[in-house]
Design a protein around this ligand. Structure first.
Ligand code: CU
Length: 168
């Protein structure tokens, strides 16, 4: 029982450490100042971008050319389908190009750009080293891995407690 606890806790710790490695993801905040921060992110094809609504005003992430839309049906008069405070939207960009997007609630006054560079020839530099703006903060997948790792650690500790109690 003791060994099993140790293994689970170890697995969780490993996950947390792994997730600290450069993530192939960029993060953008949507704020109550009605801006995307940063407004331009540069990634490599195959990377993903996660937008997080860090305020309380609803927003969307909608491509100017219609190639992606976080919130179909989101309008200034019907914000139910929009990304609410605390909500997120993640999209993986598999093809190179420059993708302009805006918010369906606040119009083109709230807009941003995703620059997707071709190829992954960036030895050891991580996704932030390809020029343009660096990635800011951990991406969504990173946060999930940290959460899973933490859960495993907590689970391992709980198992150990239960085992100890049963034995007593
Ligand atoms: Cu908005």
């Amino acid at each position: 029982m003791r060994l099993r606890f140790g293994l689970i806790a170890l697995a969780g710790t490993c996950l947390i450490i792994l997730s600290a490695a450069p993530a192939m993801a960029a993060s953008v905040s949507m704020t109550d100042a009605l801006v995307y921060v940063p407004s331009t992110v540069t990634i490599t094809a195959g990377d993903s971008v996660t937008w997080t609504n860090t305020g309380s005003a609803p927003h969307s992430v909608t491509a100017d050319d219609g190639s992606f839309n976080s919130s179909p049906g989101c309008t200034p008069s019907n914000t139910d389908p929009c990304i609410q405070g605390g909500g997120t939207y993640t999209r993986t960009f598999s093809t190179a190009g420059t993708f302009a997007y805006h918010c369906l609630v606040h119009g083109t006054a709230m807009s941003g750009t995703v620059i997707v560079q071709a190829g992954a020839t960036n030895p050891g530099g991580g996704t932030g080293g390809t020029g343009g703006l660096p990635n800011t903060g951990p991406g969504g997948t990173t946060m999930i891995m940290i959460a899973v790792g933490a859960l495993l650690v907590v689970g391992g500790l709980a198992l150990a407690l239960v085992a100890r109690r049963r034995r007593a």
